[in-house]
Design a binder for this molecule. Structure first.
Ligand SMILES: Cc1cc2nc3c(=O)[nH]c(=O)nc-3n(C[C@H](O)[C@H](O)[C@H](O)COP(=O)(O)OP(=O)(O)OC[C@H]3O[C@@H](n4cnc5c(N)ncnc54)[C@H](O)[C@@H]3O)c2cc1C
Length: 346
């Protein structure tokens, strides 16, 4: 018998802090138990949600089926050389603590991704990114359990098909693979990535004239994020609610004519627009509707003032989507995952 618990409250297990009840819940602390669960699923029609830190999920009041809470723990150093450190980390480890561990050991490469909530196992799902670095820049391979065959595999970085807030796990074959561990390629050579001006300035301030180290980068990223983003422990949120949309060069040129302050960056043959700017320009920054709203310091972040729920967020997100579409002709895409999935109606 699998150790299911019935009707478990998930309110503390999602960073929006939405009240939510899982029909059945199971804590996954071993690969063996996970394989037993997958075996069980082969004879069941119950939906399965793998839950990490709940920081990229919008849960409904009732979550049907099974919630498997990923709690696999452990870190393993596979190689330690000056130029290359291979670090394998289990899926249930906390992301930020992993970054902090690496920096403290003198293993560099993850410091720009400090203070992102959630687990290591969820990081490849949307190829987390911040301050000029994406997970894909540091990943060697991802160990998975393939639900179809209930067998373990190692996917190379290329097989993961990473893109902007995207991967094989999210878009091409969602739900097929449960991530068990991620192996990172880091280095002991300090090579700070300071492409973001605000980050460079904060690092220079912290370093006070000495050479900037990855530790400075780690501290600077934490300071900037703490000043800019709401702490989910105090104000429920899931970070950026919308992806930054891409437009083609001619659309960008037209928009620039009408809105010379528009914030956008050229990327290959496209332009990436700052979704936060578009939302703010529509007047939503600091806007509140019922118990949810738009964060007053960053319009890309939607927040729960305490009694909010998924229906309220869905309504607010719809309102923002329509305003941005009407004004700029740009369709925003939601970054976090609604679970259960949204049923779109006309
Ligand atoms: C304040 C704040 C700031 C944020 N900043 C950033 C940022 O800068 N950059 C960024 O990219 N994201 C950011 N996020 C979003 C979020 O933290 C990341 O997407 C994170 O990786 C989600 O991890 P999680 O463990 O909480 O995943 P969950 O929310 O628990 O799950 C997210 C998805 O991954 C799936 N999943 C989880 N674990 C596994 C697994 N082991 N195997 C298979 N599927 C799995 C779930 O089923 C779900 O579909 C932020 C969120 C918050 C609240």
């Amino acid at each position: 018998m699998l150790p299911f618990q019935e009707r478990v409250e998930l309110t503390q297990l999602n960073t929006f802090g939405f009240y939510s009840i899982a029909e059945r819940y199971i804590k996954i602390e071993s690969v063996d138990l996970l394989q037993q669960l997958v075996d069980h699923q082969h004879h069941s029609t119950d939906p399965l949600l793998v839950l990490g830190g709940g920081s990229n999920l919008i849960l409904d009041d009732e979550v049907p089926g099974i919630v498997a809470h990923m709690r696999l723990r452990g870190k393993q150093l596979l190689k330690v050389a000056q130029d290359e450190v291979l670090l394998k980390v289990s899926a249930g480890e906390a992301w930020h603590e992993t970054v902090e561990y690496a920096v403290n050991q003198g293993f560099y490469g993850l410091e720009n991704l400090a203070l992102i909530p959630g687990t290591v196992g969820a990081a490849p799902i949307q190829n987390i990114g911040a301050y000029g670095v994406e997970l894909q820049d540091r990943v060697v391979s991802v160990e998975v359990l393939d639900i179809h065959s209930n067998s373990l595999h190692h996917l190379t970085k290329d097989q993961c098909q990473f893109g902007y807030r995207d991967s094989l796990f999210k878009s091409l074959d969602p739900g097929r693979y449960i991530i068990l561990s991620v192996t990172f390629a880091l280095t002991r050579n300090p090579t700070p990535q300071l492409d973001y001006l605000a980050l460079k300035e904060q690092c220079e301030m912290l370093a006070q004239g000495v050479t900037i180290t990855p530790k400075h980068v780690f501290e600077a990223v934490c300071a900037i994020r703490q000043a800019k983003l709401p702490d989910p422990n105090h104000l429920g949120n899931v970070g950026s609610f919308f992806k930054n949309p891409y437009v083609d060069p001619s659309t960008y040129a037209q928009l620039m004519e009408s809105y010379p302050n528009l914030v956008g960056f050229v990327e290959a043959d496209k332009y990436k627009l700052a979704a936060g700017w578009l939302i703010e320009a529509c007047g939503f920054k600091g806007y509140r509707s019922k118990s949810v709203g738009v964060y007053d310091k960053q319009a890309l972040v939607l927040v729960n003032y305490g009694q909010g729920n998924r229906a309220q967020i869905e309504a607010l997100a719809g309102q923002i989507y329509r305003s941005v579409l009407e004004r700029f002709g740009v369709a925003l895409e939601v970054e976090p995952r609604y679970y259960p999935a949204l049923i779109l109606s006309e």
